[in-house]
Design a protein around this ligand. Structure first.
Ligand SMILES: Cc1cc2nc3c(=O)[nH]c(=O)nc-3n(C[C@H](O)[C@H](O)[C@H](O)COP(=O)(O)O)c2cc1C
Length: 190
């Protein structure tokens, strides 16, 4: 059975985006083996001084790391391996400030690794994840289906480019114009 990795960032109680994820699971759980990462619980390490320099040392300079150094990169490496192991990737998040939530961008930074998901060649960059496909589920507060908001959705071109860069074509499903407050203040917590 093909494997699907669901990468979910839906921290809000009563999340609209989580409803899309739950519907996807309901419709597909018999058709594919589903693995799940909740990025609000298993959060990628930001690339900061220690891990960024180890990452460059290993992936770009080709210098082997010792066990202690390898452990420092292990959380993000595990996220990378989950992508390498999957046939399909479902990525779900709300639009935050016209772009990807920072935690989702941190996941992209974790999985975009030279020598693992892409290679630099004499003729340019080559994605190494061929054969995989992604589905992106995104919800927004405003109506990003029409201008002027449409041109301000930087999340979709960004994630499409990031996935394509590592060799993964993506399809996108949107739910625009969703409230965050009504269900809490009018209908109570759910
Ligand atoms: C920090 C933050 C930033 C947001 N930025 C935008 C935005 O730029 N454009 C927009 O239309 N909605 C924005 N929203 C609204 C959410 O994208 C929208 O309500 C979404 O459906 C919430 O998803 P959720 O129910 O899964 O939390 C923002 C919400 C939050 C919490």
């Amino acid at each position: 059975m093909k494997k699907t990795l669901i990468v979910n960032y839906t921290p809000r109680i009563g999340s609209n985006t989580k409803e899309l994820v739950d519907y996807f699971i309901e419709q597909n759980q018999d058709k594919t083996e589903i693995n799940f990462i909740d990025l609000t619980k298993t959060t990628p390490d930001l690339l900061l001084e220690e891990n960024l320099n180890l990452f460059l040392k290993r992936n770009y300079a080709g210098v082997p790391l010792d066990d202690k150094e390898t452990k420092i990169l292990s959380k993000n490496d595990k996220m990378l391996q989950q992508v390498l192991d999957a046939d399909f990737i479902v990525l779900a998040y709300p639009l935050y400030n016209f772009s990807l939530p920072a935690t989702v961008k941190a996941w992209v930074d974790a999985i975009t690794q030279a020598g693992k998901t892409f290679n630099m060649t004499e003729t340019g960059y080559v994605g190494l994840c061929e054969g995989k496909q992604a589905l992106v589920l995104m919800t927004t507060g405003g109506d990003f289906g029409i201008e002027p908001a449409k041109s301000m959705n930087f999340a979709t071109p960004l994630i499409s480019t990031e996935l394509s860069f590592i060799g993964i074509p993506s399809e996108h499903i949107f739910a625009f114009g969703l409230q965050q407050y009504v269900c809490i203040w009018v209908f109570g917590w759910r």
